[in-house]
Structures are given as C-alpha cells and as structure tokens.
Design a protein around this ligand. Structure first.
Ligand code: CTP
Ligand code: MG
Length: 235
C-alpha cells in the first residue's frame, strides 16, 4: 500500500495576527511548513507529500522545499490552495497520482507531530479502518452555548457533554483513498476536519491516541510553546 500525505498550508493565519501566511512563519529559524513536511516524510511509509500552498505562493513554496534538506525517498508536489481548508484539501487530492491507496491529511499548522503518531495512523488504516483520527482526552470541561449575536454578550449554557467521552482531534487523519475522495465529492457542508465528511457518508471513523506535541499553532502563545518544544529537541 502506497501512502501520500496532503498538507493544507494555504491559510492566512488570521488568529496568529499580522504577518506572513501562517505556514511560512518561522519556528526557530525554519518555516512551520518545512517542519510539517519533515514530520510527514519522517515516516518511511510516506512516498509522496503534496503541499497545498497559499493561492499566490506556490512558486515561493517550491523554492522553500528546494532550499531545505528533505529525504530522497520522498516525492514532493506543490499545488495552489483555495478559500477554505476543505477546498484546499480537495485541490491536494486532485494532484494524487494513481497507485496511492492510503492518504493522510495533515495541517501545516501542526508542525511538531511525532513520527510515531503518523505511523500509528497509517498502521490503523492498513489494518482495515477506512478513516482514522489521532485524538486526546480534554483537560477542560466543554459547554455547548447559544452563541451570542453580539460579541461580548453573555451566552446561555445549553448542555455539558460528559468530558470523559470527548476527544480533541488532531492530524494527520488517515484514510483509504477511495473513501476520502468519495467524501470530498459528496459532502458540501462546511466542516472543520476531513473525518467529519467521512462520518457524513455513514462510514465508521476510529480514533487512535494523539500526542501533545501534535497541537495546532493557532494563536501567538502557541508559537512560544512550539519554539520551546523545538529547543528541547535541539532543532
Ligand atoms: N488552510 C488551507 N486553506 C485555507 C484555510 C486553511 O490550506 N483556505 C490550512 C491552514 O494553512 C492550516 C490548516 O488548514 O494548515 C488548519 O487551519 P487553521 O489552523 O485554521 O489555519 P488558518 O486558516 O490559516 O488560520 P486562521 O483560521 O486563524 O486564519
Ligand atoms: Mg482557519
């Protein structure tokens, strides 16, 4: 089974604040995207990495990949992204050649995922699960609210789901290729991850243990944490 990783990296990173597109921001001197590409290519199972670049940044991303040391056994392709993560992933899937039968989708914004987590996701797909997501139990209690129409207004609590049954989902999410392509062809609702599209097909999705270091770089504090993790690894 040949495995490819699609890395959506086309977002602006609005929540991170002004600056370059998030995936191109440096972590300890190396762009976040390069860390994410290395994290996927670190798995010996991954033979192809498709990077979905900011819409006007494909040439810049190609130059970046050429400028950094990456494993010889892995092929790299760059395509321009779209207006939503979902659209960007679709453009990445469109670039997959024949002969790939397992697809990982991995956020460029999760640059520090350990290779053991990547391999555990691939392994679960190889063992027959059509859709696999890495996830962790929650530290915080979660409340469902009636969202305020105006920011800053109080929000009534609607429900408190039992925390022990909840999981915070990460990437890479792994799929049988045919299942993921069908999900992207069929589901038109806005979603925040790929597995939820597969769920909408009625196909079973399973969770494997995620990793603390697979957190998403979203807000400025996350940059501080990511650089501290890298420093601890001496990268
Ligand atoms: N992404 C993408 N194309 C988009 C939007 C997002 O490829 N049009 C990617 C991001 O580059 C990121 C991943 O999807 O790697 C997860 O999205 P998120 O963390 O929300 O990143 P951004 O959308 O860039 O950040 P923000 O929502 O704060 O603007
Ligand atoms: Mg976003």
């Amino acid at each position: 089974a040949r495995t490819a990783a699609v890395i959506p990296a086309a977002g602006r990173g609005v929540r991170l604040g002004p600056g370059a597109p998030k995936a191109l921001r440096a972590l300890n001197g190396t762009p976040m995207l390069i860390h994410a590409v290395r994290a996927m290519a670190a798995s010996r199972a991954v033979s192809l990495v498709v990077v979905v670049a900011p819409p006007d940044g494909a040439a810049e991303v190609k130059t970046l990949l050429d400028a950094h040391a990456l494993p010889d056994r892995t092929d790299f392709v760059v395509v321009p992204g779209g207006d939503s993560r979902q659209e960007s992933v679709k453009y990445g899937l469109d670039a997959l050649p024949p002969g790939i039968d397992i697809v990982l989708v991995h956020d460029a914004a999760r640059p520090l995922v350990p290779v053991d987590t990547v391999d555990a996701v691939i392994e679960a797909v190889r063992d027959g699960a059509p859709a696999v997501v890495p996830a962790l139990p929650l530290a915080d209690t979660v409340k469902e609210v009636e969202p305020a129409a105006v920011a800053g207004e109080v929000e009534p609590v609607v429900a408190t789901p039992e925390r022990a049954r909840l999981r915070a989902v990460q990437t890479p999410q792994g799929f049988d290729r045919e299942t993921l392509l069908r999900a992207h062809e069929t589901v038109t609702d806005d979603v925040t991850d790929d597995a939820s599209m597969v769920e909408q097909l009625g196909v079973r999705v399973v969770v494997v243990p995620g990793h603390e270091e697979a957190f998403k770089v979203t807000r400025p504090l996350d940059l501080v944490l990511a650089e501290a993790v890298l420093a601890r690894r001496r990268l």
